[in-house]
Design a protein around this ligand. Sequence first.
Ligand code: C5P
Length: 408
Amino acid sequence: MTTHFSALRGKNVILGVTGSIACYKAVDIASKLVQAGAVVDTVMTRSAQQFVSSLTFRSLTHRSVVTDLFDAESDDAVEHVALALRADVVLIAPATANVIAKIANGFADDALTAVVLATNAPVLLAPAMEGRMWANAAMRQNVSTLESRGFSFIGPAEGRLASGEMGRGRLEETSTVLNALYEAIGGGSAGDLAGMHVVVSAGGTQEPIDPVRIITNRSSGKQGYAIAEAARDRGARVTLVTAPTALTDPDLIEVVKVGSARDMLASVESALRAGADALVMAAAVADWEPASAAGQKMKKTWETRMTLELTKTPDILATVRELPGVKVGFAAETEDLLGNAKEKLSRKGLDLIVANDVSATDAGFNVDNNRVVILDRDGAQEELPLMSKRDVADRILDRVRGIVDARR
Ligand code: C5P
């Protein structure tokens, strides 16, 4: 999946990499930044080069990598100052205890600390170290000194550390690091959906029969993920409430993973109660769930038939209809597409419904294209030709934006 988040396009990002085992995650960060169109200059400390080769970053970023203050790869002795002046943002990930201490005290004895001292751009630090080091009094003081000077910290996260111990000191996940970077360059304020919070549901819910068996459906989640990514790229804050899919978590999106229809209802409801502006229910929510899920794996018997009692799942859209926010539903049908869609629009109290014929083989389930009709409360029908799910996403969001604007 390509990473789109337009605010990073053309931005000069300095990626500082220091000597921690978490260096391998910096490779992923560099790759994601390049995919987003950023111009990435990597500055590595000597110890970082023990963990990852500068060639890795050079190959990913297609730019030379600064490895030494008195420069190994360039003839320009003041390269670090030029970099510092050009930078839109400096991200140090992973940031070791040592580099944090050096920056807090104004050292400039390597290329990275020299860049930090010379730049006016925002500097973000994503620490990675042992929990005891992060908790140490000297580190606490360095962190508060840096925060008081306007530096920002991303994490560190709690979890398993390189030593095998649990604690706070893990480099934050790539998506969290990129989110913070995006905010730092004002990414959330660009685009026609800036300031909006959009909740999107995706995937087919899974209703447990017993601890190992489920009832689910063939939804791939592709249309929902495309809507979430399109909303993000247009500047919205996005919460993606997703049932299990085979898709990669999109960056710069809050991904809430759920299993059953009931779990999905709880997450959707809490996002709407927290003030979301729109809900797009692209998930294929199971209509039925086992009346009671068995606590233990059900034993196979010699009977040739078995009966499973099912009860109706809660209708998520109908349950949240009184909560504020534009509501968009989907009608996946194999017959009487428009008739069924209109009936759902009014029964569920929706603003829009996106009708798609899932019996078509070139559109709908599990393919990258979709052919849909968007119906609104006034009875208008917008029939769209076959197009990518990403384009369908943008057309739906155009309509959502129109309704939000009209209500303001
Ligand atoms: O009633 P039907 O399942 O056909 O309606 C489809 C629309 O309603 C989709 O937007 C789906 O996400 C949503 N839905 C729901 N709760 C359910 C079933 C479907 O919100 N229990």
